[in-house]
Design a protein around this ligand. Structure first.
Ligand SMILES: Nc1nc2c(ncn2[C@@H]2O[C@H](COP(=O)(O)OP(=O)(O)O)[C@@H](O)[C@H]2O)c(=O)[nH]1
Ligand SMILES: [Mg+2]
Length: 361
């Protein structure tokens, strides 16, 4: 829907201004610039570059500093958080090495691919230790991948001893230095986790909004309320809410919607998620957006915010109610509890070169 594009461009231009404003520190901080230099110094020294992107935004989450270094053999692109992206789009376009860092089989596949790649690249070389640099923008799951590969690699090699832990956090910018984790023995393979880096200038306004919505830019710079408004425009224009309809014939939550907590940041109770979904379903269906008018979408979002106060059990009298709704709603979206969304259009050229190895793996 074109109206989502205009919401994205509007917020995107605010984000671009924030990037330029030195007073606020922007999103390309001096620390990020230093990290970028440190990463680029490492690139020629490692055997393999694994660029992690967010499967929801495979284009907007490209890691700019290595774009010009693209080297067919040494560069693998991994789309992480595939559990949050529209699976039909991911599969339809044969985007491969799509992973979920919290899923054992997915990480096993990735480990096999990087092991094979590292082995091929080391054939005939004297030093049999291979090194892999994990790079990407903030919050795409580099540290989560490093931890999972490290854990799995140690188990595979039957190695005992202390495991190292990279800090994993829903807040971007938690990784501040480059640190190595052993992921295989005979030959030894080390993966280096790095701090996330955003470009000093984001390519276009829509990309800025997508990066913010998926959590690459700190929410506090943009404001959770602004982000949640964009999120509601995305949700209200997609078809995902329609699949909540089949559960809504009576007002009780079906038992199969109860699920195990997957992430530490996923703390909303099932019955609240159920209420949120039903609230959105009812409002969006009754509103019936016909036109591409921004005012119409603004009106719908206003209604959604008010109704969501009740669904989240927030007092309508609370002055801070919209901010609380915004924060809770973003959390549900980012933990996948409001469905799967791919925000980038995916062209055919995204049939990544690693496809073949993935199938062989
Ligand atoms: N749903 C989902 N969340 C993930 C996945 N990988 C990482 N995350 C979450 O994304 C957030 C950022 O992860 P982190 O590893 O710190 O990202 P980094 O900044 O790239 O190192 C954390 O809240 C993770 O739990 C994934 O495959 N799926
Ligand atoms: Mg990290």
């Amino acid at each position: 829907m074109a109206v989502v594009g205009s919401f994205m461009r509007r917020l995107g231009s605010t984000i671009r201004d924030i990037g330029w404003s030195k007073g606020l520190g922007g999103w390309h901080s001096p620390r990020m610039a230093a990290a970028e230099r440190a990463i680029l110094e490492r690139v020629p020294m490692v055997d393999l570059l694994v660029e992690v992107r967010d499967a929801r935004i495979p284009l907007a989450s490209a890691f700019e500093p290595v774009r010009h270094l693209f080297h067919y053999d040494k560069h693998v692109i991994v789309l992480n958080k595939v559990d949050l992206a529209d699976s039909s789009l991911t599969e339809e376009h044969h985007i491969c090495l799509a992973v979920n860092s919290h899923n054992h089989n997915s990480i096993k596949q990735l480990l096999n691919v990087v092991k094979k790649k590292a082995k091929d690249l080391k054939v005939g070389k004297i030093n049999d230790t291979a090194t892999i640099l994990l790079v990407g923008i903030p919050n795409v799951g580099k540290s989560a991948i490093a931890n999972s590969l490290h854990l799995l690699g140690r188990i595979d090699a039957l190695e005992k001893g202390k495991l190292k832990h990279a800090t994993v956090s829903p807040v971007p910018g938690e990784t501040t230095d480059i640190r190595g984790y052993k992921i295989a023995s005979h030959p030894n393979i080390y993966v280096f986790d790095t701090p996330g880096v955003l470009p000093a200038e984001i390519a276009d306004e829509e990309s800025g909004s997508k990066l913010a919505l998926t959590g690459a830019i700190n929410d506090s710079l943009i404001g959770e309320y602004n982000l949640a408004r964009l999120l509601l425009a995305v949700l209200s224009s997609s078809n995902v809410y329609k699949c909540w309809e089949k559960f809504s014939t009576d007002d009780r939550m079906p038992s199969n919607l109860r699920r195990r907590r997957q992430f530490s940041s996923d703390h909303t109770q099932d019955f609240i998620v159920w209420d949120v979904r039903q609230t959105l379903l009812k409002i969006i269906s009754s509103f019936q957006l016909h036109s591409e008018k921004e005012e119409e979408m603004e009106g719908l979002i206003e209604c959604e915010f008010n109704a969501l106060c009740e669904a989240f059990r927030i007092s309508i009298l609370s002055e801070d109610r919209y901010n609380v709704v915004a924060s809770k709603l973003l959390n549900l979206y980012r933990t996948g509890r409001l469905g799967r969304y791919t925000l980038d259009p995916i062209p055919e050229i995204l049939v990544f070169h690693s496809h073949q190895e993935h199938e062989d793996g």
